[in-house]
Structure formats: C-alpha cells, structure tokens
Design a protein around this ligand. Structure first.
Ligand code: HEM
Length: 225
C-alpha cells in the first residue's frame, strides 16, 4: 500500500502543543494559579498566531486557501463528491471556529481582571468598563471552547467508527495510507518567519513594551509631636 504525507511537522507540533496549552490554561484557572494561567494563555496566543501565519506560508494542506471553501464545496462534500487532501470543507469550518474562539479568548484575557488580584498584562491600556466586558466575554467563551472541543473530538471519533477513516494517525505521524499528491511547500525559512512573528506577538502581549509603572509616591514622615 502506498502512503502520502498529509500534515507537515509544524502543523502537527502546533496541534499537540495547542492541546497541552489549552488543557494547562483550563487546569491552572480551576486551581486558582493565575500566573500559570496567564503563561498558558500567552502560549495559546503564540500558537494561534503561528498557525495563522503558517496558514499563509506553510505547506499546501496547511494553507487556508487550500481548505477554506464556500457553501458549494460543502454541498459537494455532503453529497459524497468531494475529493482532496487535508481538512474537508465541513471540517474546515470547525478548524476556523476553534482558531477564532481561542484567539478571542487569548486576546480578551490580556485585558481582563478578576475584580481582586488578577489583571491581564495589557489591562492598563483599556478602561475599567472595557476590561469588565472582556472579562465577561472571557468567562462565557470558556463554554464555547469546551463545546467546540467536544464536537471536534466527537467528529474524529465518528470518522473512526462510522466512516472507518482514521484521521488521528496522520495528525500524529503526518502520513496516511493511499494514493494522492501529498503536501508540499512550507520549509525552514517559512517556519522561522512564522515562529518569529508569533514570538513578537507574545512579547508585545506580555506587556513587555509598556512603560514601567511610576515609583510609589514617598510617604511624608509623621510629624514629630
Ligand atoms: C484542547 C483540545 C483540542 C484543540 C483546541 C484542537 C484543535 C485543533 C485544530 C485547530 C485543528 C486544525 C489543525 C490545523 O489545521 O492546524 C485540529 C485538527 C485535528 N485534531 Fe484537534 N484539537 C484538540 C484536541 C484533539 C484531540 C484530543 C484529538 C484526538 C482525538 C484531536 C485530533 C485532531 C485531528 C485528527 C485533526 C485533523 C482533522 C482532519 O483531518 O481534518 N484533537 N484540532
């Protein structure tokens, strides 16, 4: 049996690091460890920014242009007439939804507050009202993300059990058995560019570019009498 390369290494690394970062963000928040939560949130942001750039300059199956399709392609797919490599036109919608929800979650976390001790690294850039709105969105979105991930894993399971199609193995090894062209392109330079852009985004999001807070005002000594 011939085999073809479906996913490049950067997509697979991105995917499994994303799973770890999302689980870490979830667990650390439940454990009340907000430093770890902020760290995991920045990791999610960096990974999603990386994936967006890789979706433009990565290998063929990684590119948005190769898998984001209109309603006509979705109808073709549902009628069983779609042929292609990588995400199918329907699965592509769930990929976009997960990426968009995680991006919104990471961005809202940057300016959120918990009304007591936690303030996102870019909290100082917005008004209190905006921060409160972002915090509400951040809490609501948690449910959206859980829903999308449950649907995502259920779809993979459906493909395995009902359609007898193993999507998991290619996302681990990069290869699937069968005929076809396989993915091409990307390469080391594109990878370095995507990592550099993601690292710059994380650096800016961490608040490192903000001016340092002013020193606390000196408290006048108490009067001598
Ligand atoms: C926090 C949990 C998860 C998140 C946020 C997530 C997110 C994603 C994203 C964004 C993609 C698109 C990959 C890309 O094009 O870059 C994807 C694809 C995929 N994920 Fe996940 N994932 C999660 C958990 C899982 C788990 C637990 C499994 C294994 C059961 C899994 C299996 C897959 C597979 C097989 C694909 C490729 C689907 C296809 O062939 O179209 N994911 N996931």
């Amino acid at each position: 049996m011939k085999r073809i390369r479906v996913w490049d290494l950067p997509v697979r690394l991105f995917h499994w690091l994303l799973v770890l970062a999302v689980l870490a963000a979830f667990a650390s928040e439940k454990a009340g460890n907000m430093d770890a939560h902020a760290f995991a949130g920045l990791a999610v942001l960096g990974l999603v920014v990386f994936r967006v750039v890789w979706g433009v300059i990565g290998s063929r199956t990684a590119r948005f242009a190769s898998f984001v399709r209109g309603p006509a392609a979705i109808r073709e797919y549902l009628a069983g007439r779609w042929q292609g490599e990588g995400h199918n036109p329907l699965g592509a919608l769930s990929v976009l939804a997960i990426l968009a929800a995680l991006l919104l979650q990471a961005l809202s976390g940057l300016i959120a507050n918990d009304d007591s001790s936690f303030f996102g690294p870019l909290y100082d850039l917005v008004s209190r009202d905006t921060s409160d709105l972002a915090s509400r969105l951040h809490r609501l979105q948690e449910l959206v993300i859980i829903g999308l991930v449950v649907l995502h894993v259920a779809a993979i399971d459906f493909y395995a059990r009902v359609k007898k199609q193993d999507l998991l193995r290619p996302m681990v090894t990069g290869w699937r058995e069968g005929e076809g062209e396989g993915t091409q392109g990307g390469g080391a330079l594109a990878f370095v560019i995507a990592v550099a852009i993601a690292a710059a985004a994380v650096y800016a999001a961490s608040g490192a570019l903000l001016p340092p807070p002013p020193p606390p005002e000196a408290i006048p000594p108490p009067p001598a009498w």
